[in-house]
Design a protein around this ligand. Structure first.
Ligand SMILES: [Zn+2]
Length: 408
């Protein structure tokens, strides 16, 4: 292990000793040294990237070793704060300019003064007073209120953990750790509970709001669905490459080289929604949910095809505008339920869809094997659903399921 990496590890221990509540997040971090990152960065999976040259400069600019640990400890808390506060989710939800958002997110974090930790002298963090802005606001507020010339002496880029845009150092990382949404939430809640037990007055203001929001979350299914859809579309594109490859292999004709480049990696721009029209699904809440859903689907700039399905599949419907939602009033169905039929029918659509979304109340048989195309399940209901109403895990993981609360 290099001296620099050793110092980075020591400074993590130093931060954990001073602010023990953050230990689980600090020690969940993987450390990667790379000269591609400006100073330090993080992704949502707690992979942290450190520029050994910048870190050496920081240490060598100080005469006191303890001071170095305290400044690096500050950077540690800064980086994990981005992920704990879900800056990446908030950025992708808003579709922001990543560098400007990075500044805004830094302003949200940097109003926190922590005992025992000091902001780096060599790389002073941006603070609201630098722009004559009040402290204690959200990144969203700062984003809208930053002056035109917001770039300070250094372009700050803390990586995709802040703005959800993958950076070169992340792309070159051969072995990143992956932490799924559920484990990320468990970690957040663990830290929120620890922070809650801190002595009153020891936490900077913004963190109290964060604790409350983390421990009493309002689940926003629209936000989750947006994120899952965009992930599924990306995966779908990857699958299509495989799919095409397999298909041409099977045929093994001399035309294969011609077929491949035209199909490989293309998107079909097609989202297929299999909609459960069995007896239990009738009524206005369903139309309302699908109406909101239509907005989300259109944001993805995809053509939307509906496949009504009860125990059997009905004629497909192309949705061209929000007004077409009215056709839902006369969706055929009303019988038993078997979404497997709808999904299999969807996989045979031409062009092959990027993603299939199944909207159901959950009382249906589920496929026991995965398909080549990503399938998301939107489970509609008011309450916590029983086990049997959700797809079996495996093969369907938590991140393929979105609970759609009809009450909201
Ligand atoms: Zn930052």
């Amino acid at each position: 292990m290099s001296d620099i990496e050793n110092t980075i590890r020591l400074s993590r221990a130093y931060a954990a000793k001073n602010l023990p509540w953050f230990s689980p997040a600090l020690y969940r971090c993987r450390i990667v040294l790379t000269e591609q990152v400006p100073i330090a960065a993080i992704d949502k999976n707690y992979n942290t990237y450190w520029n050994p040259r910048s870190i050496a400069l920081l240490i060598n600019s100080l005469s006191d070793r303890k001071r170095g640990l305290s400044e690096l400890g500050f950077i540690w808390i800064h980086e994990i704060s981005h992920v704990l506060r879900e800056h990446f989710n908030r950025a992708s939800y808003l579709g922001v300019d990543s560098i400007k958002w990075n500044y805004a997110a830094d302003l949200e974090i940097n109003d926190s003064e922590w005992e025992g930790l000091l902001p780096p002298t060599l790389f002073p963090p941006v603070t609201p007073n630098l722009y004559n802005l009040p402290s204690g606001r959200t990144a969203e507020w700062y984003y809208n209120n930053l002056p035109e010339k917001y770039v300070s002496f250094k372009i700050w880029d803390d990586g995709s953990g802040v703005h959800d845009k993958y950076r070169p150092w992340e792309k070159e990382d051969k072995n990143p750790q992956i932490i799924n949404d559920i484990n990320r939430t468990i970690l957040q809640r663990d830290i929120a509970r620890r922070l809650k037990s801190a002595k009153p007055g020891t936490l900077p203001g913004g963190w109290n709001v964060w604790i409350k929001n983390t421990l009493e979350p309002k689940i926003d299914w629209k936000k989750i669905l947006r994120n899952r859809l965009s992930t599924a579309i990306t995966i779908g594109r990857g699958c299509r490459i495989d799919y095409t490859y397999n298909k041409t292999n099977r045929r093994s004709t001399v035309y294969a080289p011609i077929i491949l480049p035209t199909l490989a990696g293309t998107q079909s721009n097609q989202l297929v929604v299999v909609i459960d029209t069995s007896g239990s699904m009738k009524g206005q809440p369903l139309e309302q949910a699908v109406g909101e859903l239509y907005g989300i689907l259109k944001e993805a700039h995809r053509n939307v095809t509906l496949i009504p399905c009860d125990a059997d599949v009905f004629q497909t419907i192309e949705l061209k505008s929000a007004q077409d939602i009215r056709t839902l009033l006369k969706l055929p169905g009303g019988g038993g339920t078997n979404m497997i039929k709808g999904i299999e029918f969807a996989t045979k659509q031409c062009p092959i869809p990027d993603t299939i979304l199944v909207l159901t109340d959950g009382y249906t048989p589920y496929p026991t094997e995965k398909y080549n195309i990503p399938v998301l399940f939107g489970i509609l209901g008011h309450n916590k659903l029983e086990e049997q109403a959700t797809p079996p895990n495996p093969p369907w993981k938590e991140d393929t399921v979105v609970f759609i609360d009809l009450a909201k």
